[in-house]
Design a binder for this molecule. Structure first.
Ligand code: GTP
Ligand code: MG
Ligand code: ZN
Ligand code: ZN
Length: 430
């Protein structure tokens, strides 16, 4: 059974419970019947904010069906006019869903981080890497779903890769700009008899950093976090006081302002998720949390020459290398230890049952000091942007994982692996 999560209101349910919207076309109307005309759609208008004028509430009629017709079995005949429609809507908020969104399970990946940590840049570069380098390594494919995502996806890529402009600050959700980005990720199916593809709908939400402090936007944000299969928390090292002091002075673009601390954001997320029943053993939140340092290009002078943060993971044989992941985790943990005395790590350890640290650079080098709103001339040369997402996919069994070779560690569950590695010295991972 396919479970679909509405990317707008996050209601969850079986695909066959979705409803349909009549397109009100004249052609194809069954003999003797009239074409449909718009009707008040209060469920949709309320969800959109409830302030819509009466005419703006008028939309194609929504109906339920017992069985579907047409190629692929995903169209249904309107009970009034008889015309087939492919448009499915969420049973709860009546938002229209792209027709290909409903054919596979949805996975929601929440992307959070304080203002200017690099979320918008990251999502654009991540999508591009999944399409090309990483997609090739895993024999996978990524496709934007629905006209909204397709349009934004093109715009985002053109800005960053063709015009070499960095994204502007994302406006807060209250302005209604932050629609979800919907992608279909296709991977070779992992099953024993699998020679086909397994599809997953990935939902990214590029939130505005300032929404994390804004009580009015928090409600919608909470539903989003509660629905998430995994959370990526981006941490900007340039917003950590110790890093600002350690960096060689004078070079590079101006440092960003210091916004909400990652400890604060992590604590808030944990609080919200506990309230939504995502509480696991010892009161810790069960949703996997990938905590990623961004802009690692800027902290290169502070890294040892053999640091795993300086190069991409290899993805040999289309498997996620967990030994490499642990080496990165240890490296970042030890860096943070030096920067904040381990405060963030302790906070996360108290609040989350399943955490891993990552370090990435979307651009690969700092924006030019003379043009801080631009991508470096060479274009983005990302390092390790894919790791957090791939790890989260492995947590849902969507990617094969290569663990340490022999011994109890190789056979052990994740917790044991982590415990064993916590005793290891830094840099001993690979
Ligand atoms: N050095 C370096 N700087 C980066 C990188 N990615 C983003 N930045 C810088 O961080 C700034 C903010 O990036 P955004 O992607 O807009 O950050 P955001 O988290 O979406 O910000 P809000 O939408 O305001 O919350 C950019 O303008 C760049 O100056 C990176 O990989 N390396
Ligand atoms: Mg943004
Ligand atoms: Zn909905
Ligand atoms: Zn109709």
């Amino acid at each position: 059974m396919t479970t679909v999560i509405c990317p707008y209101c996050f209601a969850r349910g079986p695909a066959h419970r979705l409803r349909y919207r009549c397109l009100m076309t004249r052609s194809g109307v069954r003999g003797g019947r009239q074409p449909c005309s718009p009707r008040r759609d209060d469920a949709w208008a309320e969800f959109k904010g409830g302030t819509a004028a009466p005419q703006a509430r008028m939309r194609g009629p929504v109906f339920d069906v017992r069985r579907t017709l047409g190629p692929g079995g995903n169209r249904a005949a309107c009970p009034d006019c008889g015309v087939l429609t492919p448009v499915r809507v969420c049973a709860s908020c009546h938002s229209d869903l792209p027709s290909d969104y409903c054919d596979q399970d949805s996975r929601i990946i929440a992307l959070v981080g304080a203002k200017a940590t690099g979320k918008s840049t990251y999502v654009t570069v991540l999508v591009n890497e999944l399409r090309h380098r990483v997609g090739t390594a895993y024999r996978g494919a990524l496709a934007a779903m629905g006209s909204d995502t397709q349009r934004r996806d093109k715009e985002m890529a053109a800005e960053l890769y063709d015009r070499l402009h960095l994204p502007g600050a994302t406006p807060p959700a209250a302005l209604g700009f932050n629609e979800p980005l919907l992608y279909r990720l296709s991977l070779p199916s992992a099953g024993r008899f699998g020679d086909g593809s397994r599809h997953t709908a990935l939902v990214f939400f590029d939130a505005a950093g300032e929404d994390l402090g804004d009580a009015a936007a928090v409600d919608r944000y909470t539903d989003y976090l509660a629905a998430a299969d995994g959370i990526i928390l981006l941490v900007d090292p340039l917003q950590l006081p110790a890093v600002r002091e350690e960096l060689p002075p004078g070079e590079g673009p101006p440092l960003p302002r210091m916004e909400t601390s990652p400890q604060q954001i992590a604590a808030d997320i944990a609080g919200q998720l506990r309230g939504h029943g995502r509480r696991g053993a010892r009161g810790r939140v069960s949703t996997p949390l990938a905590v990623a340092l961004t802009k690692t290009d800027m902290v290169r002078p502070l890294l040892p020459p053999q640091s795993p943060l300086l190069r991409n993971a290899r993805h040999d044989g289309g498997a996620f290398d967990d030994v490499d992941r642990i080496a990165v985790h240890e490296e970042v943990r030890s860096l943070l230890e030096g920067w904040d005395g381990g405060e963030l790590h302790r906070r996360l350890d108290r609040d989350f049952a399943d955490v891993s640290f990552f370090g990435l650079s979307a651009l690969g080098s700092p924006p030019p000091a003379t043009a801080p709103a631009d991508v470096p001339k060479s274009g983005p040369q990302p390092v390790r942007v894919e790791d957090p997402l791939l790890w989260l996919l492995t947590r849902r069994g969507l990617l094969p994982v290569r663990k340490a070779k022999e011994g109890p560690v190789g056979k052990a569950k994740e917790g044991l692996v982590r415990k064993a590695k916590e005793g290891m010295t830094r840099g001993g991972g690979t």
